[in-house]
Design a protein around this ligand. Structure first.
Ligand SMILES: [Cu+2]
Length: 206
């Protein structure tokens, strides 16, 4: 086989493996919206108060100006430096303007409107993203029928039969759907690859 054909074959097999492996995915980052209005963040109950919004690390906060001229300006924890060095500042927001900020680091970030610093304050609480634990392939517990021993009334613990102990002779065992599907997909991939090889070889001979 020539190199391009081998690469094509490898690519097809990789595609098959990728298709099989896409079943698990990490939880996606979200957009969290916060209203900015006269004269509050979040909702009117936070007038002269601090609206706290909890998000997950990696989420993006979208402040939507739904009325009035405001800013979204980061502050230090005590609202004494706004913005602190390197902090964000939206500048003036008019109605229908939005300001977005993505928070990747767990912690608490305070902000206010620099035009209405007493009425309008908020905090973003960034919680650590849970690391998605990969779900191991579920091994179906072996179903062991309780063996009734005639005459012997003593109940004994059912023997634990691990899949390795099951003899490979006889009919197809149940619960093998995943590996059968995988085998089918791989076989399909190889078939497609062979077909491509034959087509390519045929094209070259012409
Ligand atoms: Cu304001």
């Amino acid at each position: 086989m020539t190199r391009p054909l081998i690469s094509a074959l490898t690519a097809i097999l990789l595609l098959v493996v990728a298709a099989v492996g896409t079943s698990s995915s990490a939880s996606a980052a979200e957009d969290v919206h916060i209203d900015v209005a006269n004269f509050y963040f979040c909702d009117p109950s936070f007038l002269n108060n601090v609206c706290e919004t909890t998000i997950a690390a990696g989420d993006t906060v979208v402040w939507d100006d739904v009325g009035g001229l405001h800013t979204v300006t980061q502050c230090d924890d005590t609202f004494s430096a706004c913005p602190p060095s390197g902090g964000f500042d939206s500048g003036f927001l008019n109605p229908d303007d939005t300001f977005t900020q993505t928070f990747d680091t767990p912690g608490t970030v305070s902000y206010w409107c620099s035009i209405h610093p007493v009425q309008m304050r908020g905090r973003i609480i960034v919680e650590a993203q849970e690391t998605p634990t990969p779900t191991p392939a579920a091994t179906p517990p072996p179903t062991t029928m309780p063996t009734s021993t005639p005459g012997d009334g003593t109940p004994t613990a059912s023997p634990v039969i691990t899949p390795a102990d099951v003899p490979s002779t006889g009919g197809a065992p149940n619960g093998n759907g995943d590996s059968s599907l995988l085998a089918l997909i791989v076989a399909l991939g190889i078939a497609i690859a062979s077909a491509s090889v034959l087509t390519l070889v045929g094209t070259r001979r012409r």
